[in-house]
Design a protein around this ligand. Structure first.
Ligand SMILES: Cc1cc2nc3c(=O)[nH]c(=O)nc-3n(C[C@H](O)[C@H](O)[C@H](O)COP(=O)(O)OP(=O)(O)OC[C@H]3O[C@@H](n4cnc5c(N)ncnc54)[C@H](O)[C@@H]3O)c2cc1C
Length: 339
């Protein structure tokens, strides 16, 4: 690891490695620092990623690391714990310093934040242990794998009824567990009836694994507050995706609440169309800026941000060259007048 790079990319999964790839191919010096915990790590495969359909999340990252290394990008395992602005190099006023969890301090002309998001889960005992396996959230990511199975949908948000309908498109056997009657109005209940979705009102006490003949560690159902057990093959639940940004506080960057209606569903960094944040020279891509983005969409955002960073640096390089040419012309003129 050197002391200084053109670009430091924070996070080395779909978004970060895609930014690094286009930057490496543009002959930028790039360091990727990655803590190795992609959001989809618990899942057995990445779906809807054309060309690598079903690849294991860590395999996709491993392949990506090999691809960026071919263009001279350095990838290091670690976690960025702090970031701050520097005064740049005199001509380009933009520059940054980051600190890793091992205490290393590295500087760069630009930053790409691709640190993803953390899923905050409903507080039901046994649910977190099944996250990404027996407990799923996304019908596009996991729906095919649970088609025609006994699917429960834990309704904990105003969008739970829609969630249940999405899974109903994949199986005839769907049960909606309505934890709060205020979340489901009469229209939604009519929709459940029209689509033959069973509705069970009341709290879910815990998620069960390894019971009712299911192998150890495999989701087998839920236990209701009443003590009744409902056998299931999968449970769909909504998370709140919180952007991983605590290390950006020194730059004054914080995640903003993402609302659907007036319900808070996520937090994310605000960016423009090419990934530029409100701090000039700090770009962001992937789930940290767009919590609903799939892997391929996060990769595309990383490519976009990387391209924008390179364009930004091209302009900074031009300004430096023009300033250098101007200085040379001035010193040549001064030498001429002295002669
Ligand atoms: C269970 C589950 C299954 C999913 N399945 C699919 C699927 O099948 N198909 C699909 O398209 N989408 C799927 N998704 C969505 C997918 O996870 C995201 O689209 C994708 O992970 C976003 O990529 P990213 O690069 O933005 O962030 P991430 O993949 O989350 O990667 C961020 C990286 O940054 C690192 N990092 C974080 N903070 C720091 C720091 N301070 N310093 C250094 N590194 C840091 C992390 O460790 C991680 O390696 C799934 C999501 C979940 C929760």
């Amino acid at each position: 690891m050197r002391d200084h790079y053109d670009v430091i990319v924070i996070g080395g999964a779909a978004a970060g490695l895609s930014a690094a790839l286009i930057l490496g191919r543009s002959r930028r010096s790039v360091l990727v620092v990655d803590a190795g915990e992609p959001r989809n790590a618990p899942a057995e495969g990445v779906h809807n990623y054309l060309g690598r359909e079903g690849a294991a999340p860590h395999d996709l990252a491993r392949i990506g690391r090999g691809e960026v290394a071919a263009y001279g990008v350095e990838v290091t395992a670690g976690r960025i714990v702090a970031a701050s602005a520097t005064s740049g190099d005199g001509i380009d006023p933009v520059g940054f310093s980051v600190t890793t969890d091992s205490g290393a301090v590295v500087t760069a002309r630009r930053l790409v934040v691709a640190s993803g998001a953390v899923d905050v889960l409903p507080e039901v005992p046994g649910l977190a242990e099944q996250w990404g396996r027996g407990v799923v959230h996304c019908p596009f990511c996991h729906g095919w794998e649970v088609r025609d199975r006994r699917i429960g949908v834990l309704v904990t948000t105003p969008f739970g009824a829609h969630h249940a309908l999405m899974f109903r498109a994949l199986s005839d056997d769907v049960t909606a567990f309505v934890t709060d009657p205020g979340l489901v109005d009469d229209t939604a209940r009519a929709g459940f009836a029209a689509r033959s979705i069973t509705v069970l009102d009341g709290p879910v006490a815990r998620v069960l694994s390894g019971q009712s003949g299911a192998p150890s560690g495999v989701l087998s159902g839920v236990e209701l507050g009443s003590g009744e057990v409902v056998e299931l093959d999968a449970l769909a639940a909504a998370s709140t995706a919180e952007a991983r940004v605590s290390f950006l506080s020194g730059l004054g960057l914080v995640a903003e609440d993402q609302l659907m209606g007036d319900f808070r569903v996520a937090s994310a960094l605000a960016v423009d169309a090419v990934g530029q944040t409100s701090v000039r020279g700090v770009y962001a891509a992937g789930n940290v800026a767009s919590p609903m983005a799939t892997v391929i969409a996060s990769a595309a955002a990383g490519t976009q941000a990387g391209a924008a960073v390179h364009g930004d640096l091209v302009q900074a390089d031009l300004a430096a060259a023009l300033a250098g040419a101007g200085a040379a012309a001035r010193s040549g003129a001064a030498a001429g007048s002295r002669a």
